[in-house]
Design a protein around this ligand. Structure first.
Ligand code: NAD
Length: 478
């Protein structure tokens, strides 16, 4: 279904994110017939391009990052025809009149701030001053939303000077993933799970976001942030909220976000014995974290694992284990809901602790599977085995799974539709910092030093111990 006609202005339209994600994503939506032919994408950045020069840049970017669809030459040409470019100085006056003259009335106006947060204030102010944005315009902003509570509040206040909260779309692309939305469908559209979704039946929950890459070219930025700020405060906490929240009364932006906020507010402060930080070591062929960020003394973490608790009735006593890190042995993001075992087996000789585990896989192979215990086939008697009821979308849905849209394209279309459900509200972001700030401050105050871990491992030994001490273990990163 096509969305309404729109003018989407991308500040930072020549940047890395625009080239790799935003424009290839828009191109796929265009091919899918969702982007109306009269809609326009107006890139605004510092470089001196004309429309033709910018289109050539984006043609190359789409060929590089656009996947198999980029072979559709005719489609690509038509899409490029909808792109325009204006050289704009975010902190000066150059280019703004030209941008204003390009904008049309009677269409959805969205402004994507794909630039560093230091420019947000200047951009918001100029959009207002030049009367380019109005009360119905939408603003899309990228993480990082501050680096602590104070800076997040400043950032929210800066945006609030010219835009209302219902105009602001804070992107966390994890929320745009197909499986994350499916998590809500599984929880709230089946009779099967919700009655068991509490401390009576769930032993613990694990959330893992594992990467094999190092910090790449982002070393300078990353070293000032670390895994806690870069991953836990946003992506992992958002996943935690969706797993743990109460059912909203309807699937609507503020109803969902109110419930997520309650989860964040109910998170208990974390005992520092329950957190493990790590930094990856060098191998013969790859540099160490410290070499990657060119900071031989840095104590920033490239890995963090922690155990936390949500203080409410539903989750009393149920630990949530979170971990994320770089240069680990496999790339994979998944949530595992590990149910309690039965306590007594009626099957003689069966000493294994069989547990149902619901796995929600975000990447790779987005899908959901449920580990169930069945009889081992064959004449060997009543032997039990655990098998997955696998629902990898690509297998289960066949061709339709091909249409599983990338997170960015889905979220951009949601902006045009005016649907904020999958975007973070300002108070959520601030509440998340209120929880992570004391953890980070504690590390600094104690002079905490991250543990080293081997590149290609599952992280520091202590992270395994965090689980072993509780008689549990991490599900393997495959
Ligand atoms: P980038 O450095 O590649 O691009 C920055 C863009 O901003 C360029 O188009 C540049 O022309 C423009 N710009 C800079 N100063 C300007 C000025 N004074 N006036 C007008 N335009 C100006 O950055 P990026 O990697 O594309 O990231 C953009 C934003 O998205 C950042 O806030 C970043 O933290 C965030 N982000 C990026 C990624 C990613 O994968 N690249 C992921 C998540 C979030």
């Amino acid at each position: 279904i096509p969305v309404d006609n729109f003018d989407l202005v991308i500040f930072g339209g020549t940047g890395d994110l625009a080239r790799r994600k935003i424009l290839p994503g828009l191109f796929r939506r265009f091919l899918a017939g969702q982007m109306p032919a009269e809609s326009r994408v107006i890139a605004a950045a510092r470089s001196d391009f004309d429309d033709a020069g910018y289109r050539a840049e984006i043609e190359a970017a789409i060929q590089e990052f656009g996947g198999p669809e980029s072979k559709d030459k005719k489609g690509l040409e038509a899409f490029l025809g909808q792109l325009h470019y204006v050289a704009v100085d975010a902190t000066g006056d150059g280019g703004w009149d030209q941008l204003k003259s390009l904008m049309r009335d009677g269409v959805v106006k969205a402004f994507y701030f794909s630039v560093g947060p230091s420019l947000f204030g200047a951009l918001a102010e100029r959009l207002h001053k030049h009367k380019i944005a109005d009360r119905s315009s939408r603003l899309v902003v990228e993480k990082p939303f501050g680096r602590d509570l104070e800076t997040a509040k400043e950032l929210n206040a800066t945006l609030a000077e010219h835009f209302a909260e219902d105009q602001i779309y804070r992107i966390d692309h994890y929320l745009g993933k197909e499986t994350v939305q499916n998590l809500m469908a599984v929880r709230f559209a089946n009779v099967l799970f919700e009655p068991l979704w509490n401390s009576h039946y769930i032993d613990h929950i694990q959330i893992t976001v594992a990467e094999t890459v190092g910090v790449g070219g982002r070393g300078g930025y990353y070293d000032k942030s670390g895994a806690m700020r870069d991953m836990v405060q946003n992506h992992l906490m958002q996943l935690l909220c969706l797993i743990a929240m109460e059912a909203p009364n309807q699937f609507e932006a503020d109803a969902v976000r109110d419930e997520k906020l309650k989860v964040i507010r109910a998170l208990q402060p974390v005992d520092y014995h329950h957190i493990v930080r790590g930094q990856y070591d060098a191998t013969e062929s790859s540099p160490s974290y410290r070499e990657d960020v060119e900071n031989p003394r840095t104590h920033t973490e490239s890995f963090v694992a922690m155990k936390c608790h949500i203080a409410n009735w539903r989750w009393a006593g149920v630990p949530f284990y979170l971990r994320t890190g770089k240069r680990l042995k496999a790339r994979g993001s998944e949530i595992n809901v590990v149910f309690k075992d039965l306590g007594h087996s009626i099957f003689e000789g069966d000493e294994a602790r069989h547990r149902n585990v619901l796995t929600i896989r975000l990447q790779p192979n987005e899908g959901i599977d449920l580990q169930v215990t069945i009889k081992e086939p064959g004449p060997g008697g009543m032997r039990l085995i655990d098998v997955p009821l696998d629902m990898t979308f690509a297998q289960a849905l066949g061709d339709e799974a091909e249409d599983v849209t990338d997170a960015y394209e889905r979220l951009i279309m949601d902006v045009i539709r005016g649907n904020q459900t999958l975007f973070m509200r300002g108070d959520e972001v601030e509440a998340a910092w209120s929880w992570t700030d004391p953890i980070i401050e504690g590390w600094t105050a104690r002079g905490d030093v991250p543990k080293h871990y081997d590149t290609g491992s599952a992280g520091p030994e202590d992270s395994l111990m965090l689980m072993h001490r509780d008689g549990r273990r991490w599900r393997e990163i495959k």
